[in-house]
Design a protein around this ligand. Structure first.
Ligand SMILES: Cc1cc2nc3c(=O)[nH]c(=O)nc-3n(C[C@H](O)[C@H](O)[C@H](O)COP(=O)(O)OP(=O)(O)OC[C@H]3O[C@@H](n4cnc5c(N)ncnc54)[C@H](O)[C@@H]3O)c2cc1C
Ligand code: FES
Length: 251
């Protein structure tokens, strides 16, 4: 893990509220596992704490994130132009552990697609991607995961299946074939429905949790998640996660 200086090479809107930002780093970042994240110091004196983002793409000396503008940190980042300086700490946390012998099924909700994109690329067309979002406008985020088997669900029914991504999963899981292993990234409500749907099925499932974080280094305990571990139930999302076994979490 390094703390690297970078310069914004590109920072452009992908669709309303969503931006993709590519940063050129002063030197290459260490080996990145899909699901790991970075903490970015955004170029604004009004935003003190770094913000965590999944690594969407990692080049030789570049790093790309896909982000949704939600508050003052992401608003400041969206205003940053080419050439502006950012500090990047990473790669951080434990990423996805790909299990051989299974059919990978990636389930993304909204901006959760950012946390699964590297895994999708690594699996090179072997995986199925199910993506759920609110409207057809957000479905454009799927453009980064072209070249495989993907299906989309929108809540308003304007594109693809009308309903949630978990309803979409329930319709297609049987036809996927093989032994499925689910890798998911999305809001907590999506994990709760995933859990109800998968209960008793024995299907393994890893999820990436997007807990609020302050240090990203395991020092502040601001990101703890309760698990079923009887000895040490509280785990830090930034160190023991952000990827957890769904069945280990107390949702
Ligand atoms: C491991 C990890 C990976 C992440 N990857 C991405 C990513 O690839 N793309 C992306 O857009 N976002 C990602 N996030 C969420 C992102 O960090 C937050 O959206 C961001 O920090 C918000 O900063 P802000 O200053 O704009 O918002 P703030 O002003 O801090 O908050 C604005 C609103 O966003 C909510 N919020 C803040 N942090 C989070 C969070 N972690 N999860 C859910 N809601 C939050 C707040 O409750 C508040 O309602 C990730 C978070 C984690 C922990
Ligand atoms: S963010 Fe500080 S311990 Fe995880």
């Amino acid at each position: 893990m390094d703390d690297l200086e970078g310069r914004i090479a590109e920072n452009r809107p992908v669709c309303a509220q969503y931006y993709r930002c590519r940063v050129r780093l002063e030197k290459p970042m260490g080996n990145v596992v899909p699901g790991q994240f970075i903490m970015i110091k955004v170029p604004s004196s009004a935003v003190f704490l770094r913000r965590p983002f999944s690594i969407y793409e990692c080049g030789k000396q570049t790093i790309t994130i896909l982000y949704r503008v939600t508050g003052k940190g992401t608003q400041a980042l969206a205003r940053a132009g080419r050439g502006e300086r950012v500090m990047i700490l990473g790669p951080l946390g434990h990423g996805f552990r790909v299990q051989p012998g299974y059919t990978p099924v990636l389930v993304a909700g909204g901006i959760g697609i950012a946390g699964l994109r590297m895994l999708w690329k690594q699996l090179k067309g072997r995986a199925h991607m199910l993506y759920g979002c609110a409207t057809s406008e957000e479905a454009c985020l799927l453009e980064g995961v072209a070249g495989g088997i993907s299906r989309v669900a929108t809540l308003d029914g304007t594109t693809g299946f009308a309903g949630t991504v978990i309803e979409l999963l329930s319709r297609h899981l049987e036809s996927i074939g093989g032994r499925p292993h689910i890798y998911a990234c999305g809001p907590e409500a999506m994990y709760a429905s995933l859990r109800s749907f998968l209960a008793g099925s024995g299907i393994p499932c890893q999820v990436l949790v997007e807990e609020r974080m302050a240090c990203g280094l395991g020092l502040c305990f601001g990101c703890v998640k309760k698990t079923v571990d009887e000895v040490e139930p509280y785990k830090r999302a930034c160190v023991e996660g952000p990827v957890f076994d769904l069945w280990q979490l107390s949702l």
